[in-house]
Design a protein around this ligand. Structure first.
Ligand SMILES: [Zn+2]
Length: 349
């Protein structure tokens, strides 16, 4: 029902958006087939399917380990872009975690290789599909705290290096600094200086918060990181004062209903607080987070607003438009995207 609706996606991880076929292709050409559970698309798809959080993290780590050359990154971006184009996604802000490639896996991957590969893929996606991509480089927050516990300084580790990488990428589509990874025992506050510096250089503050941890995490993101949007933020539902703050300041939330339900951060889709945020006047957007790993598409996420939450078609159009207003495309592109969406919506009545 929403296949042809023009879409913007704001919360999508590259690692979780590479089709099984492309994962196989990359593993084969790098001689890394032994890292995969089988040599067919069906076997990789079965392995992708969510079992529990540890398995999920294991799959993500393996996918990261497979990407070793600029061509690998370019192909991953291209394959993801083709999936986006098939759903009429017109613009997307994609989260990439460069530190986990260059700082942890140590497979000889450099930031220059990553930037070159992302840019080659981005241009190909633009030329072939007319889809515009921008990047959010996110700090693996738990990694920062691990560095800290091992005697290092957490901002000097993952956080500072991620900022350095993001600044290097400003000319090739990096628009924001993110904060990802497990929130458990990794609150936002210590990252305040890094986000303040990112903002001084014109990058947006786009942290994950309030996905698994409570309202304090979201307060930390908006008060200490000056979040321009919040990734997930669903636990804000437990704090009426925070709900009022998000609504009055119109700080957009990037919500991924199926992902939240699959990772058991809500007890089921029907229990997802999405409609309550919307009713409270919070600017909500719909996203997939990791579409290939949790088995969803952005089209399906919009459809579930109707099927699970009882939204009307007009409600869905209103929600879908939020992502266009909350994106950080440059002004002329944003105006073009909005005009395209409004033109489509006008034709629906
Ligand atoms: Zn995420």
């Amino acid at each position: 029902m929403f296949e042809d609706m023009p879409k913007v996606e704001l919360h999508l991880h590259l690692d979780g958006a590479i089709p099984p076929r492309t994962v196989l292709q990359i593993a084969a050409r790098n001689g890394l087939m032994d890292l995969l559970p089988g040599n067919t698309e069906a076997a990789v798809a079965r392995w992708f399917a969510f079992q529990d959080f540890y398995h999920f993290m294991d799959v993500v780590r393996t996918i990261k380990n497979l990407l070793r050359t600029p061509e690998d990154f370019a192909l991953a971006v291209y394959a993801m872009g083709r999936e986006l184009a098939a759903q009429n996604v017109r613009y997307a802000e994609i989260t990439v975690t460069p530190y986990t490639y260059v700082g942890v896996l140590k497979q000889g991957v450099t930031i220059e290789m990553i930037l070159a590969g992302l840019e080659a893929g981005r241009q190909q996606v633009r030329d072939e599909f007319g889809v515009e991509l921008r990047w959010v480089f996110d700090i693996p927050r738990n990694r920062s705290f691990a560095d800290y516990r091992n005697g290092g300084d957490y901002v000097a580790g993952a956080a500072e290096r991620t900022l350095e990488f993001a600044l290097m990428g400003r000319d090739v589509g990096v628009i924001g600094l993110g904060l990802g990874g497990s929130e458990l025992n990794a609150p936002p506050e210590p990252f305040a200086p890094v986000f303040a510096e990112a903002k001084r250089y014109g990058l947006k503050s786009l942290p994950h918060a309030g996905e698994s941890e409570g309202p304090a995490s979201v307060w930390g993101a908006i008060d200490h990181l000056q979040a321009d949007r919040v990734g997930h933020g669903i636990r804000a539902i437990d704090d009426p004062r925070l709900m009022a703050e998000l609504a009055s300041r119109q700080i957009p939330l990037e919500i991924s209903p199926t992902c939240n339900a699959t990772l058991n951060f809500v007890s089921g889709l029907a229990e997802h607080p999405f409609p309550k945020f919307d009713a409270a006047g919070v600017l909500v957007t719909v996203n997939t987070d990791d579409p290939t790993l949790i088995g969803t598409t952005l089209t399906q996420e919009y459809q579930l607003l109707v099927d699970v939450f009882g939204y009307t078609r007009a409600d869905v159009v209103r929600i879908a438009r939020n992502a266009f207003t909350a994106c950080y495309a440059e002004a002329d592109l944003k105006a073009r995207l909005l005009a395209e969406f409004d033109g489509w919506a006008a034709g629906q009545i």
